[in-house]
Design a protein around this ligand. Sequence first.
Ligand code: 3PG
Length: 394
Amino acid sequence: MKSIRQIKKLKNKIVFLRVDFNVPIEKGSIKEDYKIIQALPTIRFLLRYGCRLIIATHLAEASTSKIKISTKPIAQRLSQLLDKKVNFINNCCGELVIKAVDKLKTGEILFLENLRSNKGEKENEKKLAKQLANLANLYVNDAFAVCHRNHASVSAIKKYLPAYVGLLLEKEIINLNKINKPKKPLISIIGGVKMKTKTILIKKLLKKSHRMLIGGALANNFIASHGFEVGHSIIDQDSIKIVTKLKNNAKIILPIDAIVSNRKDKSNAVAKSINKIEKNDMILDIGPKTIKLYASFIKQANTIIWNGPMGYFENEHFKHGTLAVARLIASRSTGKAFGVVGGGETVEALKITKMSEHIDWVSTGGGAMLAYLSGEKMPGLKGVCRRIPRICGV
Ligand code: 3PG
């Protein structure tokens, strides 16, 4: 890897640091800051060696949402964590940014506005990549969680600047490579709602998994593909088509019961067998029998990969499946099995159990972690990381 530790002279260099601080923000306050905390060593390293630092991140859905999501609260949180001034500019490129960079002194930070507020970011546009590159002397990628995206500040920018990887990205690769040749049996647990990305990736991950336990909204597609009623549960027609081809794969284990609510405000919670779900029900968690079934697999595992909650864990009634799975994985990891867990909500749920330190590696990537472990192309790593055999597709 082209690590920042190999850069000969950092003093006074202007560094464009791409981070993934795509964190949940509610009413201007940050709900979960794991990704920010994990990137602090890179930021401190670069400042210690006297560079001038431009930091940029995306926040999801800025381009489609009517209300623009600003990175300003993130810049403020970073300032608190570093106990240092972080200058914020409400643009990610253009004249004002150029002027602000000109004013930057050694050891100072300029935090840019949400990269996705410019539509060129998601289109991997050369124009934007050049504009961003022209601001700096060096490019550092510490944004593992977005390395699976072919976006301007992740991919195209590397054509225009010498590119290096940050300390967090380095750690991600080193730890995820530890399951390059997984100790068998490998049990993967996949849930959450980002269905399109995941349904494609699980096909690849299945090849190396002994069993794959499915939860969250992802499970609803499988349940529907078997012809069971799913009522008002979240489903995705495209994903149903994909999972229909996988539904009879014996490695896939689906919930046998669920916690459902038949009220719009989700104020009641009832455990039901999967074949007893009714039209007015909404599946919001895996049920107690499923927890027991999944526990029997997790307890046998020698390698564990987990991404995506088992249900709507933010709600008191529907948190139990996710938290039970988190505790089971943490109990089995760091010792009996090598356990990796990743993804924003997954890490949030794990934190509630206060057992994060019992997991071998808590990745900052969700989709990116699955993509890397599945052997998918990772545009963010191209040219900065030597191609490494992945656990699938080797
Ligand atoms: C994530 O949270 O998984 C990353 O920040 C990538 O976000 P995206 O799925 O919106 O590209």
